[in-house]
Design a protein around this ligand. Structure first.
Ligand code: GAL
Length: 658
């Protein structure tokens, strides 16, 4: 599919923006706020994503005067507007008049009005209202000279809302399955319903896979997740089509959310001009339980962890292979994590510089003034509640944007990621402390710690430009995907993590055992897998050292006929798999079957070197990123460090010419 053109004015360097809520403050502040925003060096103001009830206080009756004025004030100050469709917050009249638009949680409970995102993507009635409000906004503002572009909705999937487990979604799910399988016997076969007598005789017997007595059939779950993902995609497509028709030349984007897993981002990004995401570094580290020890969480509490943040930048840049925006950038403390520390001095600048170096063209701070009402009064903005500049304001003011030129990020290392593998990986974890994201971030962090720039890309995308390709958790495998990876391996070194190719497209295991169609490429087959509870470990021995393995350990039988002569690089030296291969190399393809940060780093370092890349183990908290002929050197430690002969102040960066 060809991408639409990017409706974005070119800028020579990074631009800044802010999220603002004119509806939260008296109108007599608006002009002043816009003037201050301009004076701070901002270029865009994003507004209106939660303002539906003000635009349409009763059904079919629109109130545009306030929004006309807000846009006029922003435009008069010389700023551009990013307008949002307000569908993340259906008004009370809508929810109460049309209760069939409401979503259900996994426990089968109705999710009530009173916060946000209380709608079911599959509801035909909600779809109609979504199209109607989008059209009404686009008719009024689509050609407004100050409107630069649009954001659809707000953070699809936030608060676990990509999937509704009853109501309209439950009604639509069987039809989606019928379109996919045609014949209910084909579905029974694909899902393996002979197990536990789960065969269906007709489509109308099928429900979402919740409220079950015990474990869910992964194939049933996978298809429900696919259905929900397709539903998010088509919901957005309806809005995008209207915006394209009525707002020509303006960009359309969506602000994706950190570690959101409820839909396939590659699919939902198609048809957008560029991807945006919302970056909350301290909240993200504190909130996310899958990766990072307590030590890491404490050490980086005031900055967030560099790899955790850049992972998201690289993932979102890879959705369309284009520069991105950070639509919401933390600029003070957040309110939604278990602990919400003040960011360190310098953190706002560090985040901004990092965003630029990982391919961001616009950083938009969240939010202008701290909210004085409702759910987010404990959340900071650039201005305090009392309207004086808060700590982040001064950091934004002091930024020299000329040091952040526009241009490409060119990485020689690709990390493969796909949402269907994620869904399958986590449905039967088998080891409680294992997760798809944790596994993937471990490999990514190892690469970043070795000084690499990394593109995070879909496994079926063009892999031709990369020297090293790393697939940490590619559980779903098809014959086409295996053939594509074989082609890629002809010109790159390829590294797979454990649980590779464990599942076919329907979520079953291959009939000839794992890794099924990938066995030729790996030169080996899976023997056993071992799940290690905290405190239980096994040891692997390799060429020059031995390491302890925790969480996961799988072993392989080498294929003696493998065309490149498969060899065991590391083998288990104790435990039930003693003597069996833990890491196998087959020509330029390696599979790492055991989890150990040291093992991952060591194997990856060897592969990077073998590919002719410089692999330098960076000091803790020091990171390098390259863009547009510059290298960003960052110190994320709250202490001075010396790197390459240069002293770096705590929480600081320098930009160097390559
Ligand atoms: C984001 C959301 C914003 C605001 C922010 C607070 O997830 O898009 O509306 O709630 O979090 O950090």
């Amino acid at each position: 599919m060809s991408l639409p053109s990017v409706n974005l004015p070119d800028a020579a360097h990074l631009q800044l923006a802010v999220c603002d809520y004119p509806e939260h403050v008296p109108q007599d502040r608006w002009k002043d706020y816009a003037r201050q925003q301009k004076a701070l060096g901002l270029s865009y103001v994003r507004i209106a994503e939660f303002a539906w009830a003000l635009m349409e206080p009763t059904e079919g009756q629109y109130e545009w005067a306030w929004l006309d004025q807000a846009i006029a004030d922003i435009a008069a100050a010389g700023l551009k507007v990013v307008l949002c469709t307000p569908t993340a917050t259906p008004p009370a009249w809508l929810t109460r008049t049309y209760p069939e638009t409401m979503p259900y949680d996994h426990e089968g409970r109705l999710r009530e009005f009173g916060s946000r995102r209380h709608y079911d993507f599959a509801s035909p009635v909600y779809r109609e209202h979504s199209r109607r409000i989008t059209r009404a906004m686009a008719e009024r503002y689509g050609a407004h000279p100050a409107v630069a572009g649009w954001q659809t909705d707000n953070e699809f999937g936030c608060h676990d809302t990509a999937r509704s487990w009853g109501g309209a979604s439950a009604a639509a799910f069987p039809g989606w399955l019928q379109a996919r399988y045609g014949d209910v016997q084909a579905l029974n076969e694909a899902w393996g319903n002979a197990f536990w007598s789960m065969d269906y005789q007709s489509w109308d017997q099928i429900r979402p896979p919740n409220l079950l007595i015990t474990d869910v059939n992964p194939s049933h779950l996978l298809d429900f997740y696919r259905f929900a993902s397709d539903t998010v995609k088509s919901f957005q497509e309806e809005q995008v089509a209207i915006l394209r028709e009525l707002s020509p030349g303006r960009f359309v984007t969506h602000n994706f959310m950190i570690f959101e897993s409820g839909f396939d981002h590659y699919e939902v990004a198609k048809g957008l001009d560029f991807v945006s995401w919302d970056n909350y570094p301290t909240g993200m580290l504190e909130h996310f339980s899958g990766w990072g020890s307590d030590d890491i969480k404490t050490r980086y509490a005031r900055t967030g962890h560099p790899d955790f943040i850049s992972f998201q930048h690289d993932l979102y840049r890879g959705l369309l292979h284009r520069p991105i925006w950070v639509m919401e950038q933390q600029c003070g403390q957040v309110n939604w994590a278990p602990y919400n520390p003040l960011p360190a001095d310098g953190a706002v600048q560090l985040w901004t510089a990092q965003a630029w170096a990982h391919g961001t063209d616009v950083v938009s701070y969240f939010r202008w003034r701290a909210a004085t009402m409702a759910q987010e009064v404990m959340h900071s903005g650039l201005l305090r509640h009392e309207e004086t500049p808060d700590r982040g304001f001064a950091e934004v003011q002091a930024l020299d944007l000329n040091q952040f030129p526009s241009g490409a990020v060119t990485a020689k290392v690709a990390l493969l990621h796909d949402y269907e593998s994620l869904w399958l990986y986590d449905v039967q974890k088998h080891a409680a402390s294992l997760s798809y994201w944790a596994q993937t971030v471990s490999y990514y962090a190892a690469l970043r710690g070795l000084g690499q720039d990394v593109d995070i890309v879909h496994p079926d995308s063009d892999l031709s430009g990369y020297a090293v390709i790393v697939a940490p958790a590619l559980t779903l495998m098809t014959p086409e995907r295996a053939a594509h990876l074989e082609e890629a391996a002809a010109h790159a070194r390829v590294v797979f993590g454990p649980r590779s190719a464990y599942r076919t497209v329907s979520g079953r295991t291959p009939e000839d055992g794992q890794p099924g169609v990938l066995a030729g490429l790996l030169g080996s087959k899976l023997l056993n897998f071992d799940s290690l509870r905290p405190g239980l470990s096994v040891r692997v021995e390799g060429p020059d050292h031995a390491v302890d393995v925790t969480t996961w350990a799988e072993s392989y039988r080498l294929n003696p006929a493998a065309r490149n002569g498969a060899e065991a690089v590391y083998s288990y030296s104790d435990g039930p798999q003693q003597g069996q291969a833990a890491v196998v190399r087959h020509g330029n393809v390696t599979v790492i079957g055991a989890h150990s940060e040291e093992l991952i780093r060591t194997v990856l370092a060897g592969e990077l070197k073998a590919a002719g890349l410089k692999a330098e183990l960076l000091p803790e908290g020091v990171r390098l990123s390259r863009r547009a002929g510059k290298t960003l050197v960052q110190n994320w430690n709250q202490a001075e460090v010396t790197y390459a002969g240069q002293k770096l102040a705590p929480v600081s960066f320098v930009v160097k010419n390559d």
